[in-house]
Design a protein around this ligand. Sequence first.
Ligand SMILES: Nc1nc2c(ncn2[C@@H]2O[C@H](COP(=O)(O)OP(=O)(O)OP(=O)(O)O)[C@@H](O)[C@H]2O)c(=O)[nH]1
Ligand SMILES: [Mg+2]
Length: 460
Amino acid sequence: MTLLDADDTIVAIASPTSPAPRGVVRISGNDTAGILQRMGIPTHEIQTPIRMEAHVHIGNPLGLIPVDVMIWPTRRSYTGQPSAELHTYGSLPVLQGLVDEAGRCGARPARPGEYTMRAFLAGRLDLTQAEAVLGVIEAEQRGTLDHALRQLGGNLSQPLERMRNTLLDLLADVEAGLDFVDEDITFISDEKLIERLSGIADDLKQTLQVMQNRGGGSARTTIALCGPPNAGKSCLINRLAERQVAIVAPVAGTTRDTVTVDIDLQGTPITLVDTAGIEEAKTEVSKKSQTQTHRSTRDSRIRLWCVDSSSKHFASTVAEMKTQAEQTRKSQTLDLWVATKMDVALDDLPKCDPDNAWIHCSALSGEGINDLKRAICTYLKQHDAEEIGSVVGTAARCSQSIHQAIAAIERAMHLTIHQEGHEFVSTEIRTVAQCLGEVTGTVYTDDILDRVFGRFCIGK
Ligand SMILES: Nc1nc2c(ncn2[C@@H]2O[C@H](COP(=O)(O)OP(=O)(O)OP(=O)(O)O)[C@@H](O)[C@H]2O)c(=O)[nH]1
Ligand SMILES: [Mg+2]
């Protein structure tokens, strides 16, 4: 999608394409009246929004069809351009016939999200509100809808815009000081500057927290590898990460500290966590590492429970681990059960309980590893589609910019404390303003627009 096409007049079906009593075709652009005129709808001298009845010929075999036409002839419309809606039978061939006819009369088929992008470009919406439109379209759960509607009301962008304005004032003070540096005039003292910067940093951290509480702050999924000692957890994390991140040894109790590694699993960012084997803590060190293990196991979205398939205690270990899993499971947790070391599995491996999904694999030979990856991806895809699609999208896009903004503020404070010069401080403040502007769309790039509007469906 490029911004250059914003002058074309576009057309698309704006209602669901499944059969319904009524359907809507939407047209937007400077030539809207001309196109309607060529379609046989009289639009002479229309100055104010109007609704009229008309007939449009959409070719054989459907012929002449009745349409209710709504016209917004000026810039006072959703897209900030002259636009129109044609309401007629909600049948796909009829609606498509209208779109084709508009095409013959000079309109171009709209791309996904193009209407909302025009609303954004016209200043009708900011970016978070545009994403909220997507949220409303997609919302299936009540909570998601409420959130999208609040976002549409601007409750994420308004505080960010306020912070950005404060920053711009601060920037003006700092830069004015630079102009008068020889005359020893200061517009803002270092103490005041630090105080205001740290206030904004605190507000940003709070905003980030709010977004995370809404369930979408981090796009990363945490997956813990847990189970008894010596089950092959570290060997498996190395295999999944495709490099050596954790020490593997034949003795039980090798891993003490949790080890994390970030990987990309078919485009999904994931943090894998290797944990110490679950055991009764007898020493001080063991107590500490069991506490860490417990925390990681409890807080991970997916847990791979690893049990050694070559162990003659397989069945009793599974029972023990099931109890552990029950005690630490949250409502959103997915437990996958992994029978490890399949290359040396017991010949008479007890049948795994049918309640749980078991994946058989060997980190050594690689068998079953793809099945494991597939199971993880399938779960994540299903889950993400069900949940809060666009809200997660907004949160992921925004939290990245807010993280960058916080880092730049911290650098600005550091520079001020060490009296490194206000010219460097002002560069950092500019970065912060840029990052915040990207969230609301005051500052935007084609790349950001593509990311936001590419997720829409055609006609919205
Ligand atoms: N044959 C075979 N051996 C394996 C496999 N995976 C791990 N092992 C061996 O099992 C032993 C323990 O492996 P680790 O990966 O260190 O086990 P762990 O679960 O991390 O153990 P702790 O850190 O002590 O809890 C090592 O000797 C590994 O070489 C496998 O798939 N096949
Ligand atoms: Mg280990």
